[in-house]
Ligand binder design. Structure first.
Ligand SMILES: Cc1ncc(COP(=O)(O)O)c(C=O)c1O
Length: 407
């Protein structure tokens, strides 16, 4: 198939993606062609990414101390004390030996999952884990299995069948799932990792800065940080910056420093960016507790109101074991009702109807993006509504009512 034909097929199937031109982004709003919309597609959960007052305050505090280029990878000459300071801060917050900064969550997951399992090792990964985890596993020399989403029984069966055939075994899961907003059964994951002698990696990309007393993630909420071997978090979402980290014991972090190619072979993030991340975590994040808790509470409330409607599932969705329900539809987990978060998926099903729903929301002042395969399983295209601390209950309820009317 030629490139042009490939693109034509995408267009026919409402799969074609384009980068939109935003003229302005400000707190909860986004402006496209002069039209001001409430942004329901943002990972800027605490509003730090585009808050002029915050940026101004940071620049006044730091002046011209930090440059905009690191000019090299960390293991060459691309490091300065501020990188180590941020790593020490993270290690201290999580009470772990060490931390390692990556250039993004994508870099972190690709680097970690490609290097953590060598020949004779195995990774067990939730079927809905992010593309960066999947890409990392594909580059790995080890073998990997994908268990049905959040299905701990299926994972245990897999562990019973396969664990004995491998040396090192790793279980990897997101905590808050990026496209479904549901939360992994972390206590069970810890139990299984201990029972079957595995390393547990937890990607807290959407939970770092949102969940927990200190914003460390769902593992902090549940008091299980000590039981997770490697916690991954991103700075590009709630922190409003860029980059990512992994925290764990010294051996694992030293191993990644020596083996994770996305860390070794890429120019480090700009020092000013690292300084901004550190400044937000130290100075701003501690003041967000109440706002974060209200946002999560609202997300859970809205999610609980979405009525599951049984619907014949498309094959791919059935394989992913998402109980797709019709619109307004949240799926239950295999264990029963799901626990919601600040991410609210409105599963529509077809690409075409999902795109049309976004258009109606757009006409009514809301910005949402259609989430389509391959980001989500075929037949489960959706709106992924994400809350920020500035979005009100009325606004999100209005958006959901509009989405429901379109079918
Ligand atoms: C669960 C998860 N992990 C990792 C990433 C990648 O993070 P980043 O955007 O910093 O590359 C994402 C991005 O959306 C994500 O959802």
């Amino acid at each position: 198939m030629s490139y042009k034909e490939y693109l034509d097929v995408l267009k026919q199937n409402s799969h074609f993606r384009e980068i939109k031109d935003f003229t302005h982004k400000d707190e909860k709003y986004i402006e496209i062609n002069g039209k001001k919309l409430i942004n329901l597609s943002s990972n800027n959960y605490l509003g730090f990414a585009d808050n002029n007052a915050v940026t101004q305050e940071f620049l006044e505090t730091t002046g011209a101390k930090y440059c905009f280029g690191s000019a090299s990878a960390r293991l060459l000459t691309g490091t300065l004390p501020v990188y180590k300071e941020l790593e020490l801060l993270l290690a201290k917050l999580f009470n772990k030996d060490s931390a390692l900064i990556f250039n993004s969550g994508y870099h972190a997951n690709v680097g970690i999952n490609s290097s953590i399992a060598g020949k004779g090792d195995v990774i067990f990964s939730d079927k809905l884990n992010h593309a960066s985890i999947i890409d990392g596993m594909r580059l790995s020399e080890g073998k990997f299995f994908r268990y049905p989403h959040n299905n701990m029984e299926a994972l245990e069966k897999l562990l019973i069948r396969e664990r004995k055939n491998f040396n090192n075994a790793i279980i990897v899961s997101e905590s808050v799932f990026s496209m479904d907003g549901d939360i992994a059964d972390l206590r069970k994951l810890v139990e299984l990792k201990e029972k079957y002698n595995c390393i547990l990696i937890l990607d807290e990309a959407h939970a770092f800065g949102v969940f927990g007393q200190n914003g460390l993630g769902v593992s902090e909420t549940l008091g299980i940080i000590d039981n997770v071997d490697l916690i991954v978090g991103t700075f590009g979402k709630a922190i409003g910056s860029m980059g990512a980290f992994a925290v764990g014991n010294k051996t694992l972090i030293d191993y990644l420093t020596n083996k994770a190619r996305s860390f070794i072979f890429s120019t480090a993030l700009p020092p000013i960016n690292i300084a901004f991340t550190k400044w937000i975590i130290e100075n701003k994040l501690p003041k967000t507790y109440e706002k974060r808790m209200n946002m999560i509470k609202l997300g859970k409330k809205i999610t609980a109101q979405l009525t599951p409607l049984p619907n014949p599932l498309p094959q791919e969705a059935r394989e992913a074991e998402i109980n797709v329900v019709q619109q307004g539809y949240v799926r239950n987990t295999p264990q029963g009702a799901r626990e919601g978060s600040h991410i609210i998926p409105i599963i529509i099903g077809s690409n075409k109807e999902t795109v049309e729903t976004c258009e109606i929301l757009y006409q009514n002042g809301f910005f949402t993006l259609p989430i389509r395969p391959p980001t989500v399983p075929e037949g489960t295209s959706r709106l992924r509504l994400s809350l920020t601390t500035d979005i009100t209950e009325q606004e999100i309820q209005n958006a959901i009512s509009l989405a429901k009317q379109t079918k």
